[in-house]
Design a protein around this ligand. Structure first.
Ligand SMILES: CC(C)(COP(=O)([O-])OP(=O)([O-])OC[C@H]1O[C@@H](n2cnc3c(N)ncnc32)[C@H](O)[C@@H]1OP(=O)([O-])[O-])[C@@H](O)C(=O)NCCC(=O)NCCSC(=O)C[C@@](C)(O)CC(=O)[O-]
Length: 316
């Protein structure tokens, strides 16, 4: 076990960050092999035991579109006793009905800043998908649910290249106007750099979206996820999405690689003296355990540094 980072608080940064853990959803939706439902449930329990309190559980999407999460109906009841917020993704009315029927109380709709990804991911134009979300968000709110609105491709898009920031602001404002409680700004293919992050956050504030309602969701394709997170923290963001072990990607965006690894995030935040409530050793052990089930080592640098050097096996 390596030495822990020296804690040197930065007075310009928040004192606490809420980690929105996406490993069980964003992480596992992209795995080639289907992970058994019981393993997913155990993964969620271990994440909670490691101190995570917001753990995205699954998606109520069309099972043919994301077969890896086709067991949502089986999984959700197995984890609904876990003492954590358990958001689930819903793409439309059918998804919301399925989620509410099982007692889900945190819903996430997912929009795109670009037409190409809206079509690839939701089979709709941007405006058509927003029209689908409007009654979904209203009904979820009427049912007492908390609603998150994801916006994908906030910085770059594999088909359209660099994304004009006003285009992102328009979609964010539409989701906010519908009643979303928080937004998550997705760098789906991991191309953003810190100055772009700062520019988008500033534009969103100018458009009337407060930083307190904005979360960030970085993929680490070009190794920028931590730098981008740091820029967001400097802007006052306190909700950061991350995926245990750096699992992840999007099946409908081929150049999307893994998410920012939760362990790498916790290592940086711990060194900055920022509270997360996460036990890094327990989380690392969880990712090593999951890597054993997936049959390959974790992508997280921190897991590799702190975890066993040999390939994990399933009995760990
Ligand atoms: C939205 C659809 C369904 C449109 O897909 P579609 O084919 O246009 O669906 P439709 O509305 O035409 O309906 C066709 C059939 O599907 C059924 N159906 C319709 N909806 C559902 C549902 N919810 N659950 C179960 N069944 C459903 C519906 O009932 C109907 O059945 P039929 O009448 O023919 O028997 C499809 O495109 C879809 O499921 N897309 C999901 C894609 C996805 O999950 N992508 C990954 C998540 S996004 C992401 O990872 C990015 C993020 C969030 O992490 C942030 C970032 O990094 O940027």
């Amino acid at each position: 076990m390596n030495a822990l980072p020296m804690v040197v608080p930065d007075p310009g940064l928040p004192t606490r960050v809420r980690i929105h853990e996406v490993g069980a959803r964003d992480g596992l939706q992209n795995e080639k092999t289907a992970v058994p439902t019981e393993v997913k449930a155990e993964f969620i329990r271990r994440l909670r035991a490691a101190g995570l309190t917001t753990i995205e559980a699954t998606s109520f999407v069309h099972p043919k579109w994301v077969p890896q999460l086709a067991d949502a109906e089986e999984l959700f009841p197995q984890v609904s006793d876990v003492d954590a917020e358990l958001p689930v993704l819903v793409p439309n009315q059918r998804g919301l009905d399925r989620a509410l029927a099982l007692g889900a109380r945190r819903i996430a709709v997912f929009a795109s800043a670009t037409e190409s990804f809206a079509k690839a991911n939701l089979n709709r134009t941007v405006d058509e998908s927003l029209a689908v979300f409007e009654p979904v968000v209203r009904q979820a709110k009427d049912a007492g649910a908390h609603v998150r609105g994801y916006v994908s491709m906030c910085f770059g898009d594999p088909w359209e290249g660099e994304v004009p920031l006003p285009q992102v602001v328009r979609v964010c404002a539409a989701l906010k106007d519908m009643g979303c409680d928080e937004l998550s700004l997705g760098d789906t293919i991991g191309v953003a750099t810190p100055s772009q992050v700062r520019a988008l956050l500033t534009l969103l504030n100018e458009a009337g979206l407060p930083t307190a309602e904005l979360g960030v969701h970085f993929h680490d394709t070009y190794g920028q996820a931590l730098a981008n997170t740091y820029a967001a923290l400097q802007h006052g963001v306190t909700t950061v999405d991350a995926s245990a072990g750096g699992l992840g990607g999007c099946p409908y965006a081929k150049s999307a690689t893994g998410n920012l690894a939760t362990e790498d995030l916790v290592w940086m935040l711990r060194g900055l003296g920022i509270e997360t409530g996460v036990d890094l050793e327990a989380l690392t052990a969880t990712s090593v355990w999951m890597a054993g089930h997936l049959g390959r080592p974790s992508a997280s640098r921190t897991v590799r540094a702190l975890g066993p050097t040999t390939q994990p096996d399933k009995d760990q």
